[in-house]
Design a protein around this ligand. Structure first.
Ligand SMILES: [Zn+2]
Length: 312
């Protein structure tokens, strides 16, 4: 049991298993208990180990929250996959699994499946609401919020671009949380070590917005006048790897560009030949994820995400 009756802040661990080295694998947990009764909001970060900004957002929120103002409880897991954070990888390198594709996990399965099972058995039953924070990883930068089973809560986070997927990924934490009747928001923000201050502030404001929306804090959410909800989105993956030179800049995220706009150029690091030009696929393309700097790109990697603005 993570929740307690006494107001204040508490830190504890969820033990998972013993690693081959003998080190204990455990998930850190921050609990902020409000002075008045109310619902329980879970916040997760670090499910993917190459996404650091969400950790900083959780740190800020846990430090700033005043239990005297709070109704209910916030349970925050800033590092859901400590092994992936250690190696700065999307997957757990020990078993090569992506934690956010193996929920609800298996207590008798691989390491990452055991990790997922602990989260599902010991964290999910305690919460009614969940914000799962992600970022663009080590190189891309990203900016949108998923609409899942509570559109009002997703809108309240206050980001300008929202995405309602027709076919959600299977094996995600929020997919399983919804089966437990937990209202969920997935946030994709920042990454690429760019514009950290901006995204840190926006992430913290988003969580405060949701706390206000849920009446766990006084006040009303600060939401932009215009929010765009899209239903069609493409992940654009280059066929060939190499150096990816940007055709679009950070300022272009959240803007609409016309068909065939040059998003980026893949160049051979050996011959310097142009291997591929990546162009915008829709008549009107809302820029969701991009790489604003020269980066290395793998064949099939996340190079860009664009939404069909006509689906808004
Ligand atoms: Zn992620």
């Amino acid at each position: 049991m993570l929740k307690s009756d006494s107001p204040g802040k508490r830190f504890t661990w969820l033990p998972v298993t013993t690693l081959a080295s003998g080190m204990e694998l455990r998930i850190p947990v921050h609990i902020v208990t409000g002075s008045q009764p109310g619902p329980t909001l879970g916040i997760t970060a670090g499910i993917h180990g190459d996404e650091y900004l969400p950790l900083a957002v959780v740190r800020e929120v846990v430090q700033q929250l005043d239990p005297g103002q709070l109704k209910g409880t916030v349970i925050a897991l800033p590092v859901v996959n400590p092994l992936a954070i250690e190696t700065q990888t999307r997957h757990t390198t020990t078993d090569m699994l992506n934690l956010n594709r193996v929920f609800p996990g298996d207590p008798h399965g691989w390491l990452t499946e055991q990790l997922a099972a602990v989260v599902c058995e010991q964290f999910l039953p305690e919460i009614e609401y969940l914000i799962d924070l992600h970022a663009g990883g080590a190189q891309p930068i990203v900016d949108y919020v998923y609409i899942q089973n509570d559109e009002g809560m997703s809108r309240a986070f206050g980001f300008p671009a929202l995405y309602r997927p027709a076919h959600p990924y299977t094996g995600t934490l929020t997919g399983v949380a919804q089966d437990h009747n937990v209202a969920c928001v997935v946030v994709e923000m920042g990454g690429g070590m760019l514009e950290n201050d901006l995204y840190l502030a926006r992430g913290v404001r988003g969580i405060y917005n949701v706390l206000k929306y849920l009446n766990m804090l006084p006040g009303t959410p600060e939401v932009p006048e215009q929010q765009t909800v899209v239903t069609e989105m493409s992940v654009i993956r280059p066929h060939k790897g190499g150096l990816l030179y940007p055709g679009v800049k950070f300022e272009d995220i959240g803007t609409v560009v016309p068909r065939d706009t040059l998003l980026g150029t893949v160049v051979s690091p050996y011959t310097f030949d142009v291997l591929e030009e990546i162009r915008a696929p829709y008549a009107q393309n809302l820029m969701i994820l991009l790489r604003p700097a020269i980066t290395k790109v793998h064949p099939g990697d996340y190079a860009y995400m664009v939404a069909d603005a006509a689906s808004a």
